[in-house]
Design a protein around this ligand. Sequence first.
Ligand SMILES: [Zn+2]
Ligand SMILES: [Zn+2]
Length: 110
Amino acid sequence: MEEDYRQCHNCYNEIEEMICERCRLRQVTSWLQDNNGPWSIQALFFRKLEKKLPRPPYEGYCLICGNELPALCGPCFYQEASFALKEIIENKTWLDSFAKMFKPKHVQLV
Ligand SMILES: [Zn+2]
Ligand SMILES: [Zn+2]
């Protein structure tokens, strides 16, 4: 079976923005910094999220860093990110502003 490298590993839709997980993770981390997230939470969040991501099987080009291709589409990635965030953060204001900023999949569906 041939796999489409543009296909998201989670929802199987076409990935619209070819931005790798590392770059998306960096966006989330800088959002955390802007919102005065403590370093301990940032590190924990980073580790949790990295574990959940499938390893990209392809060599390719991320639009931002020019390295690997993403395995997940944006909405799926941010959904995983928000699940990870919910496990470590209880501040609802943060979670709401994360959802507004990144629009994870479950928010888009509503
Ligand atoms: Zn997806
Ligand atoms: Zn990248």
